[in-house]
Design a protein around this ligand. Structure first.
Ligand code: NDP
Length: 338
């Protein structure tokens, strides 16, 4: 094996691996996928065959100790991430872990600390900060084109596609619900743009349109240490809403539509005293960029696009939103000292 060869084990025969991450791994020079782990032998074998992955296993220990694997991509249901990541880290593997990193931010924080101690690269798969649209919006904020930012509004109400209407809508113990699923992405996107994290949140949630025992919609308001306010709307039940992201400053506003997505699409309008103009942005693949930065970090070049700490912080915000929604109180976000 040369320095640049990385052999991956897929922990989880998941939709996201099929749709995006297998392609993103294979887009990196010298990266290959040697094995997939599934709890079900025949699903694992079918998954391996349909994606041309060399082998499948139902044993995590076998994947980590007996198979040629340098890095793992964890995309199982959320309650499994912690144990699987800790085992992979102790076996010396680099870890790209899906969001939310764990069922609570305390566990997520332990995962990050363990990876630091073991000297392996650990990242969170927050894809949105890799989007050409968000990179362009960040540049507008950074360059001062919007002036002093006063507020952000996030529109992340979607219609959950039928193939994803499993554990997400009825299984709290697997990490279902729109808050762990989508609020984490919104929190990370705000952190990416503002380089700060919410101090306090208020929120409400609802259930029953699609969700059974978990929330299928949430709205929240966050206050940032700088005084900026953030308003968010997440849902699984909105077929025609389309997503959006707005940043409002005293010199200009960004109104972006269809940019809280997996695809490199959308439209950004910059509105200021001169009127409105369309902002151009790159249409590269979000997941390939995320994986490219992870691959570079393995080779000692730079850091992953979203680190483990980014994943801990986004989860802490989601926990606070959940607590605010269920208690009806204003909640101070607890980052656990991270
Ligand atoms: P899936 O429901 O597709 O897969 C999760 C697990 O469900 C799999 O590991 C698999 O178990 C099991 N499973 C898959 N297909 C079947 C089936 N037909 N019957 C029974 N069980 C099945 O989840 P997603 O791909 O939607 O999400 C996985 C993780 O990725 C989550 O943590 C989620 O939050 C995250 N995610 C992240 C996204 C991002 O953009 N960053 C986007 C989408 C999801 P087994 O492995 O044991 O076979």
């Amino acid at each position: 094996m040369n320095n640049h060869e990385t052999r991956w084990g897929l922990i989880g025969a998941s939709t996201i691996a099929s749709q995006w991450m297998i392609g993103a791994i294979r887009a990196q020079e010298g990266h290959s996928i040697t094995s997939v782990l599934s709890t079900d032998a025949s699903r694992g074998a079918d998954f391996a065959a349909s994606h041309e992955v060399g082998s499948s296993t139902t044993s995590l220990s076998e994947m980590l100790n007996d198979q040629p694997v340098d890095a793992v991509y964890i995309s199982t249901t959320n309650e499994k991430h912690y144990d699987q990541a800790m085992a992979a880290i102790s076996a010396g593997k680099h870890v790209m872990c899906e969001k939310p990193l764990a069922m609570n931010s305390r566990d997520a924080s332990e995962m990050v600390k363990a990876a630091e101690k073991a000297g392996v690269v650990f990242a969170t798969n927050h894809h949105l900060r890799n989007a050409g649209s968000h990179l362009a919006i960040k540049e507008l904020i950074r360059s001062g084109r919007l002036g002093s930012v006063r507020s952000i509004r996030i529109f992340h109400a979607v219609m959950l596609p039928p193939q994803l209407q499993g554990w997400r809508i009825n299984n709290a113990s697997a990490g279902g619900g729109v808050i762990p699923d989508i609020v984490v992405h919104d929190a990370d996107t705000v952190r990416f743009h503002l380089d700060e994290d919410p101090k306090e949140v208020v929120a409400m949630e609802s259930s029953g349109v699609m969700g059974r025992g978990v929330e299928d919609s949430a709205m929240s308001v966050w206050t940032m240490p700088s005084g900026i306010m953030v308003q968010t709307h997440e849902s699984f039940t909105h077929p025609f809403a389309t997503t959006g992201f707005e940043v409002h400053g005293d010199k200009g506003s960004v109104i972006a539509r269809n940019v809280m997505t997996q695809q490199p699409i959308g439209e950004i309008i910059l509105r200021n005293a001169d009127g409105e103009r369309l902002v151009q942005f790159s249409d590269h693949n979000l997941y390939e960029r995320s994986m490219g930065m992870f691959a570079a970090a393995i080779n000692g070049e730079g850091t992953p696009s979203a680190s483990g700490i980014d994943g801990v912080k986004s989860l802490a915000v989601a926990e606070a939103v959940k607590q605010a929604a269920t208690s009806g109180r204003r909640i101070t976000v607890d980052y656990g000292g991270v």
